[in-house]
Design a protein around this ligand. Structure first.
Ligand SMILES: NC(=O)c1ccc[n+]([C@@H]2O[C@H](COP(=O)([O-])OP(=O)(O)OC[C@H]3O[C@@H](n4cnc5c(N)ncnc54)[C@H](O)[C@@H]3O)[C@@H](O)[C@H]2O)c1
Length: 351
């Protein structure tokens, strides 16, 4: 049988490591070479699934058949493995968040530049259908000028009782925030962040944040609320988007939801209604003849494009979709969220 194009190795065969393994096993242009996991039990499970387990990371990194690796260990170990792998001549995909500080990220980027080896990060949620659906609504200017986007992920189980529960590298800003913030930066397409105010929650956990809320303003006059929470027994909608002429709400990961467009903005006929114990004209509900409501059109996406791109980069035919500059901005945003929350202040740095 002809050799497949690129040999792949995996460091950290946990939940996400297995996800990468299963997905890459379906490709005919990738040769699965093996994994290394610090936990012998995980190595046994890997072997039982036909995935060779190396005895050490060194052995994996010295294997000439491996062209590129994915790092899917807990967050605190990404940096050292990324640097060791690039120095051993391997291209590197790190799971998110690649590091916990811009200094560490700079060390990795410097190593990538020095060795000429690819270093990129698995920002897979750029392919989430709900994100794609909102991005389309945004890019097509469907609602008129969008002035506010709220994006929430709400759970009710606290922080999982694994490495996410401790420092360094645990908590929801790193775990989920990194996805939502990356999606936001992508959708804002180069608009500059002009201010950030954030709060962290510690409802169930003192050591790491179990959720956060960030209000982020851009120089294109769009403001965002990004919220991750793990103590919500009633969830708010995933996305809530406000434009001058309409609103959109997304209710699931697939992008299903509702768009409501005004058809008669002036609506001079509004009459005061009883609201609670008073009257209001301002908050009077609209009548059907001034509103056009219809379902969103969920956008499908194909996450396999992520690895398609990696292989094209390895062949010298493309640039990586997830770039160093994007990662620098993302980590800076995360650092600013922590500073804002810790010091209870608005960060008005422009970047
Ligand atoms: N992109 C996504 O959608 C997504 C989803 C889940 C997790 N992740 C990321 O993937 C990474 C792993 O998360 P997970 O949920 O699979 O965790 P996990 O705990 O299921 O797996 C981590 C694995 O790494 C191994 N490990 C721990 N320390 C190691 C070390 N020093 N060297 C080698 N192996 C080591 C553990 O034994 C375990 O098998 C994290 O960075 C996480 O943020 C990404």
């Amino acid at each position: 049988m002809a050799k497949k194009k690129f040999g792949w190795g995996l460091i950290g065969y946990g939940g996400m490591g297995n996800y990468h393994f299963e997905k890459l096993s379906l490709r005919d242009d990738v040769e699965i070479i093996g994994t290394y996991d610090i936990n012998p039990e995980r190595c046994k499970i890997a072997e039982s699934k036909g995935l060779h387990a190396f005895a050490s990371a060194e052995e994996l990194l010295n294997d000439d058949r491996i062209d590129f690796i994915t790092i899917a260990t807990p967050n605190e170990f990404h940096k050292d493995y990324a640097i060791r792998a690039m120095e051993a001549g391997k291209a590197v995909i790190s799971e998110k968040p690649v590091t916990m500080s811009s200094e560490e990220l700079d060390e990795i980027i410097k190593c990538s530049e020095k060795t000429g080896k690819l270093f990129t990060v698995h920002q897979n949620r750029r392919w989430d259908p709900c994100y794609r659906t909102v991005k389309k609504i945004h890019d097509e200017n469907k609602l008129g000028r969008i002035f506010r986007i709220e994006h929430r992920v709400h759970g009710s189980r606290g922080v999982p009782g694994d490495w996410r529960n401790r420092q360094p590298g645990g908590g929801m800003v790193y775990d989920w925030g990194v996805h939502l913030l990356d999606q936001m930066l992508m959708m804002m397409n180069g608009a500059k962040v002009i201010s950030i105010y954030a709060t962290l929650t510690h409802i169930t956990n003192d050591e790491v944040d179990d959720g956060f809320t960030a209000l982020i303003k851009f120089d294109n006059d769009t403001e965002w609320i990004i919220e991750v929470s793990t103590n919500n027994f009633i969830s708010l909608p995933y996305w809530y988007v406000l434009g001058e002429n309409g609103s959109a709400q997304i209710d699931d990961w697939k992008g299903n939801g509702t768009i409501s467009m005004v058809t008669d903005w002036e609506n001079k006929d509004a009459v005061p209604v009883q609201a609670g114990v008073g009257l209001t004209k301002t908050m009077a509900p609209r009548t059907d003849d001034t509103i056009d409501e219809y379902p969103t059109e969920p956008v499908e996406s194909n996450w396999a494009e992520y690895y398609d791109n990696i292989l094209e980069v390895l062949e010298g035919k493309a640039e990586p979709i997830v770039t160093h500059a994007q990662q620098r901005r993302l980590i800076k945003l995360i650092e600013n969220i922590f500073t804002s929350a810790e010091e209870n202040k608005v960060i008005d740095e422009i970047f």
